[in-house]
Design a protein around this ligand. Structure first.
Ligand code: HEM
Length: 505
């Protein structure tokens, strides 16, 4: 027995040693891309910063760019780019096929969702029927739901005068209920409860905590699928989320299927009825995983953008005053807001939203694409001279919003909240190119229209009805700045939230 164990350990060690030697050898197709030797040879630096130090590899990648230039090799098989001029080459539309890397998507257990689909063609098949549900036309039809939710949020905040409110939780209640009303036909009821508590806010963060465990040890993501058998033994909020994903959603799907078979059609479509009725829906589209990813991808991203915007408006009252003036001139009755299509044309409101999206990043970590039928040729500058790299097909190349949105050449004084930068028409094209909160190309955010509608409507309502009565409570810019990421950006672990007080008059 002992010699067999030794042979197995020896073979394992030899295999890894040979792999490391190959990774740093001139025979590796990425050998010409600069980067730290350990990162070129192994996944250890990524493992250390993302898994052990928890979601902090982006900081190291930033330092690598300072040392090695706009293109760096961040692990044996992946390149990172920090040049906005290359965005459209990486994140393309049309016939230029891009896979995701398996390593990147290993972090989610919803492996059959559009978000986690590696292969380009399969992704198209899965995405096409879902994307229709979030078209501008569909949002228009269901927009009144979002207006109702925004006013419920304002009413509830206005009645929360006795103690500080953490807007991270309050806005999460709003975005969870809004997304649920829009997609699933009924809210979760978080805003109807007494006090501010969203089961999903804590649950989602708990569920996202092991993302790097899943990325490096994908076996665990398979085990996560067994969560439904453990609902009675898990913490209450995590169990509720797992129950919703694994028990409630499948039941709703069965019910909707039955209704359709019986010819019962409801006035308001849900994502399930819309998908079940779509003739193009192929058997590869997994309704439960899609619903799960929509809930996961759509709640904390939207609410975090609103949190960041609110902080900066309260922190700089002159910005709030300017916004208030513009919105009040456009709105006759704060309780009856004009549609999103009118609000989004208000120049200062638009500038505030864009600046908030820039500083809230959307997705915290990098998102790589794999060109499968073409090599990409990068041409840029580094240390005053031209540089050129060929990124071979079959290898991942990605960018990180956290770095792109702080490109000082595009967004000077990038850590400051300056909506005015978006009003400079001469510069606007360049800013739009560097704005990737919703990503770009064929795998950009599916829920962008819904998210924008929620943000514009809620922000307009809050600006007129609540923000003039709101004050920051023991909250500083540190509470809304990037600290680390668990796919979604997170502030420093020391943060106690984005707390405010609301005065009764
Ligand atoms: C401010 C709000 C939001 C931001 C900034 C945001 C940002 C993003 C980004 C950057 C991606 C690309 C991720 C990648 O490259 O891997 C993405 C994908 C996605 N988002 Fe959003 N998102 C937001 C809200 C929403 C909402 C409200 C929904 C659903 C209703 C949603 C659903 C999705 C889905 C399903 C994907 C995967 C798309 C695909 O792979 O084809 N997101 N989002």
């Amino acid at each position: 027995m002992m010699p067999l164990v030794l042979i197995l350990i020896g073979s394992w060690a030899t295999y890894h040693l040979l792999t490391i030697m190959y990774n740093v050898s001139p025979f590796h197709p990425l050998s010409h891309i600069p980067g730290p030797t350990l990162a070129r040879a192994t996944y250890l630096p990524e493992f250390y910063y993302d898994f052990i130090k928890h979601g902090r590899y982006t900081n190291s990648i930033e330092k690598m760019h300072e040392e090695y230039g706009p293109i760096v090799r961040i692990n044996p098989n992946e390149v990172h780019c920090n040049d906005i001029n290359f965005i459209d080459e990486i994140y393309t539309l049309g016939g230029r096929k891009r896979n995701k890397t398996q390593h990147n998507v290993n972090h989610t257990a919803l492996s059959k969702s559009v978000f986690a689909t590696v292969e380009h063609d399969l992704h198209r098949t899965r995405r096409a029927p879902v994307v229709k549900f979030f078209s501008r036309g569909m949002i228009k039809k269901l927009e009144s739901l979002i207006h109702d939710m925004a006013h419920i949020l304002c009413d509830k905040l206005l009645s929360s005068v006795n103690e500080p409110v953490d807007l991270v939780v309050a806005y999460s209640c709003f975005s969870s209920d809004a997304i649920s009303a829009y997609c699933f036909g009924e809210t979760f009821g978080f805003m109807e409860r007494e006090g501010w508590f969203s089961d999903f806010h804590t649950a989602e963060l708990e569920i996202l905590r092991p993302v790097y465990l899943f990325r490096f040890f994908p076996l665990f993501r398979k085990l996560a699928r067994c969560g439904k058998y453990l609902v009675d033994y898990l913490p209450k909020d995590v169990s509720l989320m797992i129950r919703t994903l694994n028990i409630d959603f499948p039941n709703k799907i069965l019910k909707t299927e039955k209704e359709i078979d019986e010819g019962v059609f409801r006035d308001r479509p849900t994502i399930f009825s819309s998908l079940l009725l779509d003739p193009k829906r192929k058997k590869e589209v997994d309704l439960v995983d899609e619903a799960g990813i929509i809930l996961g991808a759509g709640t904390e991203t939207t609410s975090w953008a609103l949190v960041v915007i609110t902080f900066h408006l309260l922190n700089k009252p002159e910005l709030l005053a300017r916004l208030h003036k513009e919105v009040s001139q456009a709105v006759e009755d704060p309780r009856h807001l004009p549609p999103w299509s009118v609000l989004e044309d208000l120049p200062y409101l638009q500038a505030v939203v864009r600046e908030g999206l820039r500083l809230s990043y959307g997705v915290g970590g990098r998102s790589a694409r794999v060109p499968i039928h073409e090599d990409l040729i990068y041409r840029g500058d580094w240390k005053g001279g031209p540089v050129e790299y060929v990124i071979p097909r079959g290898y991942g190349i990605g960018m990180s919003n956290r770095l792109t949105h702080h490109d000082e050449g595009v967004f000077p004084d990038s850590h400051s909240f300056i909506p005015e930068r978006w009003l400079d028409e001469k510069n606007r094209k360049q800013l739009d190119r560097g704005m990737v909160a919703f990503s770009k190309g064929a795998r950009a955010c599916i829920g962008m229209n819904l998210a924008l509608c929620e943000i514009y409507v809620a922000l307009a309502a809050l600006t007129l009805r609540v923000l003039p009565k709101m004050k920051l409570f023991e909250t500083t810019v540190k509470d809304v700045e990037w600290g680390y990421d668990i796919i979604v950006p997170m502030p420093s672990p020391a943060s106690k939230g984005m707390r405010v007080t609301i005065s009764p008059i």
